[in-house]
Design a protein around this ligand. Structure first.
Ligand SMILES: Nc1ncnc2c1ncn2[C@@H]1O[C@H](COP(=O)(O)OP(=O)(O)OP(=O)(O)O)[C@@H](O)[C@H]1O
Ligand SMILES: [Mg+2]
Length: 203
């Protein structure tokens, strides 16, 4: 009985963490909405005022397009599942991983998916898990996949194996692995071994 209660507690704690992640994403997206709208409006105004052959015209158009793109990304993070097309509100494990990996598929690393029931060769295979589409989870997986593709030599493998109780997702790459001094602080913000100019997002 106490083991069952402890297990329930763990599941609840994990659920709360995931909801907190979605909440943080929604709060950040909300805060960024106003300045991004200002950039979109001002760049549109500038585009109207600037001469057709002004050399800055293309730059201003690019700024406007990028501001709109940022707004679309934020919308993806904030949209409530109930507002989505019902077809997309639920997602299979494979579809969720493919969505998370999509932005990194044209990078230097080749991404291979191994998705299926655990030990399928032997016993009866359990059906693929389908769950609520959580933007925060997809975003989080995307961050790990991004790291793997950037630190890999050339291969990244995304594995998801499930049984009737859980799905285990493993993301591996053939790169040098985590530097030992980073291991203790994995998961904390502002920990990086990238050169300063990369971290500032200037690359
Ligand atoms: N797949 C990986 N292989 C080797 N080291 C990794 C890998 N993923 C993360 N790391 C190490 O962990 C550090 C922190 O990763 P994190 O994603 O938090 O930041 P970052 O990738 O350096 O910068 P950002 O994600 O903000 O662009 C990295 O700088 C790197 O040292
Ligand atoms: Mg990273």
């Amino acid at each position: 009985m106490s083991a069952a209660l402890a297990a329930t507690d763990m599941v609840l704690a994990r659920e709360q963490k995931l909801h907190a992640l979605d909440g943080l994403a929604a709060a950040a997206a909300h805060e960024l909405g106003t300045p991004l709208s200002t950039i979109a409006v001002v760049t549109k105004e500038l585009e109207h005022h600037i001469g057709a052959d002004d050399p800055l015209r293309d730059d201003i158009k690019l700024l406007n397009a990028q501001a709109l793109r940022c707004r679309e990304i934020l919308l993806k993070l904030t949209r409530h599942p109930s507002e989505q097309d019902p077809l997309h509100a639920r997602v299979s494990v494979r579809a969720m991983l493919e969505e998370a990996a999509a932005p990194y598929r044209s990078g230097k690393a080749n991404i291979t998916f191994v998705v299926g029931p655990e030990g399928a060769e032997g016993g009866a295979a359990s059906p693929e898990a389908v769950a609520e589409r959580r933007p925060g989870v997809i975003y989080g997986l995307g961050n790990i996949i991004e790291n793997a593709t950037e630190f890999a030599l050339k291969e990244v493998t995304i594995r998801a194996l499930w049984n009737t109780a859980e799905v285990v997702v493993t993301i591996t790459d053939d790169g040098p692995g985590f530097p030992p001094d980073v291991m203790d602080s994995v998961g904390e913000p502002y920990v990086t071994t990238r050169p300063a100019e990369d971290v500032a997002g200037m690359s």
